[in-house]
Design a protein. Structure first.
Lengths: 464, 177
C-alpha cells in the first residue's frame, strides 16, 4: 500500500476505491459520518429543507379543504401537474433500483459506493410520487375502494382491466420491494453502527434494526443468495413499473399517447432522470463529507456514460414520436405534433429538446464527465428537461384533442407550484435525515472492494 | 470448565487467513463451528460444510404463491363476484390480468427472500454467546473470527486451543455461554 503510485495504464479503468484504504479506515470513515457530532451545515440544510417541506403541508391541507379546483386543471386538461409530477418522481426512483439490482447482476463493482443513497433516493422519490395520484383524487380516504381490492360494504371491486389499477399494484410493489432491498442491504451496516455507536439509545436502536446480525459465515451465505435473488426479481420489476406507468397513457386513444414506443421510451427516460438525480444529490454529499475515495472519477465517468446512453434513447423516442405522427397519416396525430412543435407550447417543447437532447451531448467529452461541476450543471438541465417532457406529453396531447370546440389552454396555479415544491422539500428533508442516521455508503460492500483490491495487489506482485 | 463454555473464539489477521483456518479446522475433523467476518468471504461457508442454498426454493414458492393468488384474486373479482360487461369483452380477459399477477409474484418473492434469509439464519436473535467476547464487536468492522463450539464431539478445551493457536490465530478467547 505504501508503494509508489503505479503508472497509469490507459487501457485500465480508474479505480473504484481511493488508495490506502483498509477495513479499519473504511469502517471508521463511513461510520463517523453518523457517530460524530452533528455538523452545523447539516442543521442549516435541514432547516432549509424543513421550511420547503412546510409548503407541502400547506398545499396538501388547502387542497383537502377546497378540492382539486385550486389547481389549474380544466376540461380538456384533466391530468395536470399531479400526473406530470407523479411520473417525474417515479422516474427518478428508477436509478436506485437500476444501480442496486441491474448493476449487481452485471457484477459492476463501481455500483457499491453509490447504491445505498440511490436506493434511499428511490424510496423517498416513490413516496413523493405516490402523494400525487392520491391527492389528485381529492379525497384519498374515499378513493381506497377503487384502488385496493378489499371487501367493502358497497360490494364493489376495482377494475382490473384498467392500467390505473395496474399502476397501484406496480407502484405499491415497487415501493415495498425497494424498501425490502434497502433494508436487507442495511442489516450488516446497522450491526457496524450498533458496535460503533457511543450513546446507549443509539446502540439499542441500531441493535434492534440489525436483528442481532453477527456476520457469521452461514449468515453471509444465505444473505448473499437473498440479495442476488432480490436483484433478480427487482430487475424485471423496475422495467415493468415504468412500462405500466407509460400504459396509463398509451392505452388511451389520445393523439400523442397511443404509441407502442411508450414503454421502452419511458423506462429509458426514467433511468436518465434517475441518474441525473443521483448526481444532483451525490456530488454535494461527496463534496461536503469528503467521500472522494469512495465516489471516484470512475463513478462520475460511468454515470456520465449511462446518462449519455439513456439520453440518446430518449432522443430517439422524441424522433420516433415525430415519425409516427407523420407515418400514421392520422390527421389528429399530425396536428398534435405540429401543435406540440410550433403551437402555443412550442417554447416548452424546444426547452425540452435543449435540456434533454442538446446539452447532454457535452457528455461525449471526457473532461466534462470527470468534472463534478459540469456533471452537476448537466444533471440539473436533465432534471428540468425530464419534467418538461412529462409536461409536453400530458398537456399538449390533452389541450387540443379531436374536437376544436373543446380546446383550451392550461394554466398552473400557485397551489400546483406549492405542492410540487413541497414534495421537493420533503424529498430533500428525508435525504438529509437519512445521511445523518444511516450509512450513506454501503460499508460492508466497500470492505469487499478492499479485500478484492488486496487480492489483486497480491496477484500483481506475484506476477512481477 | 469445558461444559460451561460455548466455545473458543480465535481472531485472525484477514479474510485469507480466516478462510485457511476454517478449511484446516474442517479438515481436522471439527464440524460445529462458525466464522465471523465484517463482509462476505467467498467460499468460507462452503469450506465448513454449509453449502446448501435454501433461499432459492423459498423464493420460488413465494413467487408462485404470489402470482397465483394475484391471478386468483382477479379471476374471482372479475368473473365470479363482480362480473362487468365492458364492451362485450370476455369476463376472463386474462392478458389484462398479467401485470397484477406479475407484480404480486415479485412482491411475494421479495418478502420470501428477506424473511426466508432471516429464518434460515435464526434472526432476529438479540443475544448470542459470541457477543460476550469484548473484542467481538470488531467482527462488524475489521475483525475476522473463527469459533469452534464446545458442542463439537472433537472439542477439548486445551487441545482445541492449541490447535487454533497452531493456525496462527492472533488471539484465542473463551466464549461464555
Amino acid at each position: 500500500m505504501g508503494s509508489p503510485a503505479p503508472i497509469k495504464d490507459p487501457t485500465m479503468p480508474a479505480p473504484v476505491l481511493g488508495p490506502g484504504q483498509t477495513y479499519t479506515t473504511v469502517t471508521q470513515k463511513l461510520s463517523a459520518i453518523i457517530t460524530s457530532r452533528t455538523p452545523l451545515g447539516w442543521i442549516a440544510a435541514m432547516l432549509i429543507a424543513g421550511a420547503i417541506l412546510q409548503l407541502l403541508m400547506l398545499s396538501a391541507t388547502w387542497l383537502l379543504i377546497k378540492g382539486t379546483g385550486i389547481w389549474g386543471l380544466n376540461i380538456p386538461v384533466g391530468w395536470g401537474w399531479a400526473i406530470i409530477n407523479f411520473v417525474w418522481w417515479i422516474g427518478i426512483g428508477h436509478a436506485g433500483t437500476l444501480i442496486s439490482a441491474i448493476l449487481l447482476l452485471m457484477r459492476q463493482q463501481w455500483r457499491n459506493s453509490i447504491n445505498r443513497f440511490a436506493e434511499a433516493m428511490t424510496i423517498f422519490a416513490v413516496m413523493c410520487a405516490g402523494m400525487f395520484p392520491l391527492l389528485h383524487t381529492g379525497r384519498p380516504w374515499v378513493a381506497a375502494y377503487w384502488l385496493l381490492p378489499y371487501p367493502n360494504t358497497m360490494s364493489v371491486w376495482p377494475q382490473f382491466r384498467s392500467p390505473l389499477i395496474w399502476d397501484v399494484f406496480a407502484v405499491g410493489t415497487y415501493f415495498t420491494v425497494s424498501l425490502i432491498f434497502w433494508y436487507l442491504g442495511l442489516i450488516p451496516d446497522f450491526a457496524t453502527l450498533r458496535d460503533k455507536a457511543k450513546h446507549k439509545i443509539s446502540q439499542i436502536i441500531y441493535g434492534v434494526l440489525s436483528m442481532g446480525w453477527r456476520g457469521s459465515a452461514k449468515h453471509w451465505f444465505n444473505y448473499e443468495m437473498a440479495s442476488l435473488l432480490l436483484a433478480g426479481v427487482s430487475t424485471p420489476l423496475v422495467l415493468s413499473v415504468h412500462s405500466i406507468v407509460s400504459l396509463d397513457f398509451s392505452v388511451g386513444l389520445i393523439p400523442g399517447w397511443h404509441a407502442t414506443i411508450f414503454p421502452p421510451y419511458f423506462v429509458a427516460g426514467a433511468v436518465y432522470a434517475g441518474f441525473a438525480m443521483v448526481l444532483t444529490l451525490g456530488l454535494p454529499i461527496r463534496y461536503f463529507y469528503g467521500l472522494h475515495d469512495y465516489i471516484t472519477d470512475r463513478h462520475l465517468n460511468n454515470m456520465g456514460k449511462v446518462m449519455l446512453a439513456t439520453g440518446l434513447i430518449v432522443a430517439y423516442g422524441y424522433a420516433m414520436e415525430q415519425f409516427f405522427a407523420w407515418y400514421s397519416a392520422s390527421p389528429y396525430e399530425g396536428y398534435m405534433m405540429q401543435n406540440r412543435t410550433f403551437g402555443p407550447y412550442s417554447g416548452t417543447y424546444w426547452s425540452l429538446i435543449l435540456c434533454n437532447v442538446a446539452i447532454p451531448q457535452l457528455l461525449w467529452i471526457k473532461q466534462v464527465r470527470l468534472s463534478p461541476l459540469g456533471l452537476f450543471i448537466i444533471s440539473m438541465f436533465i432534471n428540468v428537461g425530464m419534467w418538461l417532457e412529462r409536461f409536453i406529453i400530458v398537456v399538449t396531447s390533452l389541450h387540443r384533442d379531436f374536437m376544436p370546440s373543446s380546446w383550451d389552454m392550461y394554466h398552473s396555479t400557485p397551489w400546483d407550484w406549492g405542492l410540487y415544491a413541497g414534495t421537493i422539500g420533503f424529498f430533500l428533508f428525508m435525504m438529509i435525515l437519512f445521511i445523518r442516521v444511516m450509512p450513506v455508503i454501503n460499508i460492508f460492500e466497500i470492505r469487499q472492494l478492499v479485500a478484492n483490491k488486496s487480492e489483486h495487489a497480491e496477484t500483481a506482485s506475484a506476477d512481477d | 470448565m469445558a461444559e460451561n463454555l460455548y466455545g473458543l473464539l480465535a481472531e485472525f489477521d484477514g479474510p485469507d487467513e480466516l478462510l485457511k483456518a476454517a478449511k484446516d479446522a474442517y479438515a481436522d475433523g471439527y464440524r460445529k463451528m462458525d466464522a465471523y467476518s465484517p463482509m462476505p468471504i467467498h467460499d468460507l461457508s462452503e469450506s465448513m460444510g454449509y453449502d446448501k442454498h435454501r433461499v432459492p426454493i423459498i423464493v420460488l414458492i413465494c413467487a408462485l404463491l404470489g402470482a397465483s393468488s394475484g391471478f386468483g384474486l382477479q379471476y374471482w373479482v372479475s368473473v365470479i363476484d363482480y362480473p362487468l360487461n365492458v364492451g362485450g369483452r370476455p369476463l376472463l380477459s386474462w392478458p389484462s390480468f398479467i401485470p397484477v399477477t406479475f407484480e404480486l409474484g415479485v412482491l411475494f418473492s421479495a418478502f420470501g427472500a428477506l424473511i426466508g434469509m432471516l429464518i434460515l439464519n435464526g434472526l432476529p436473535r438479540p443475544y448470542h454467546p459470541v457477543f460476550n467476547v469484548p473484542n467481538f464487536e470488531r467482527a462488524s468492522g475489521d475483525g475476522f473470527f473463527l469459533c469452534i463450539e464446545a458442542e463439537d464431539s472433537k472439542f477439548d478445551i486445551s487441545e482445541t486451543r492449541a490447535f487454533l493457536e497452531s493456525l496462527k490465530a492472533k488471539k484465542v478467547d473463551d466464549v461464555e455461554p
